[in-house]
Design a protein. Structure first.
Length: 346
């Protein structure tokens, strides 16, 4: 049996609520204007979106809401009906509930039924893990179309933006600046279309043996009113991340080049990791990809977690012309996972 090419037919995304810029964030968190300027200058993330209204603390949407919106947009762009979807895979670190799985709630809302549905719990590499699982299942030839979803809504349970932040350590305070609530979706298919982009490679690799996590997210979030529990809240070793992520990103790039047989100057678009604006700049500086156009969105959207790679794919698809190649890189610092994918338009 011939192994089919896996095509990306479309992408769709959804952001929660209006953008919150650094001045507004500082105001809501009772921080100074100088603090907002520090975020602009040293973090490089200028806006983010929250599922929780900062002024009232009311939740105005769930991850399922965001996933439904992104999935609906992706299906519409692909021209597919729900009954034509043969597989659904989702990556998230912040599901709405333990059960039912958020992926199943999204599928139900979209009218998808009678198909395999998988939810992968992971940090920022989860969307690439979902792409990898869906691609490998489609390669068997038993299914034709897959909907892949990635998203997070950390503000709902894990980041309490109404609490007094004055006593927080810098590694905890940073998370209130970086993250954003959003979802993304792509439609994969074994049936080629004129001008569609091929998902040429995907890989995911755990590399955290005997290494402490770079980031931790407690089982109970601060927004769950369990902030005094030992497994509540968030923590981030930003120095370890700052040191390790650029190195790991370069390793991902080289592995994708080796697997695809491409050279660095063959790459037309680079989709780098999106922790923050400044961090992305440092990562790109360390990647020798001459002539490649960077596809980044974190400065405007914030770090949307498991949605970020799908936001980048949505941006790169309409730019790629025949012969173009793109490399996407994702690094998860929670337990040090390297992940990536390669795209090519024929």
């Amino acid at each position: 049996m011939d192994v089919p090419d896996i095509q990306i037919l479309s992408a769709g995304t959804a952001l929660a609520g209006p953008p919150i810029d650094n001045a507004e964030l500082a105001k809501q968190l009772h921080q100074s204007a100088a603090w907002a300027q520090w975020i602009d200058a040293f973090v490089g993330t200028h806006a983010r979106h929250f599922s929780v209204d900062m002024a009232t603390g009311q939740t105005r949407g769930s991850l399922a809401d965001l996933g439904e919106m992104a999935g609906s947009r992706a299906l519409a762009a692909a021209g597919l009906e729900p009954g034509q979807v043969d597989l659904v895979v989702m990556g998230t670190c912040s599901p709405d509930m333990l059960v039912p799985a958020t992926v199943n709630m999204i599928a139900d809302r979209l009218g998808i039924d009678g198909v395999p549905a998988y939810q992968l719990q992971s940090g920022c590499s989860g969307a690439v893990q979902a792409l990898d699982v869906a691609r490998r299942m489609l390669l068997t030839g038993e299914r034709r179309n897959a909907l892949v979803i990635g998203g997070d809504a950390l503000s709902v349970k894990h980041l309490d933006y109404r609490r007094d932040l004055s006593g927080l350590a810098p590694d905890q305070l940073l998370n209130f600046v970086l993250f954003s609530d959003a979802a993304g979706a792509v439609v994969l298919s074994t049936k080629p279309r004129p001008g569609s982009v091929v998902l040429r490679q995907t890989f995911v690799r755990l590399t955290g043996l005997h290494r402490p996590p770079g980031q931790s997210l407690g089982y109970f979030g601060q927004g769950d009113r369990h902030g005094d529990r030992p497994d509540a809240g968030t923590a981030e070793d930003y120095k370890a991340i700052e040191h390790s992520v650029p190195v790991m990103a370069a390793e991902v790039l080289q592995e994708l080049l080796d697997d695809s047989g491409w050279k660095q100057d063959d790459i037309d678009y680079l989709l780098p990791p999106q922790l923050s604006g400044r961090m992305t700049e440092r990562i790109v500086e360390g990647l020798t990809v001459p002539g490649a156009q960077e596809i980044s969105c974190v400065a405007e959207t914030g770090n949307t977690g498991n949605a970020i790679a799908l936001f980048q794919i949505e941006r790169v698809l309409p730019r790629m012309v025949s012969g173009d190649r793109a490399i996407g890189i994702s690094v998860e610092s929670s337990k040090w996972i390297k992940a990536g994918f390669a795209l090519e338009r024929f």
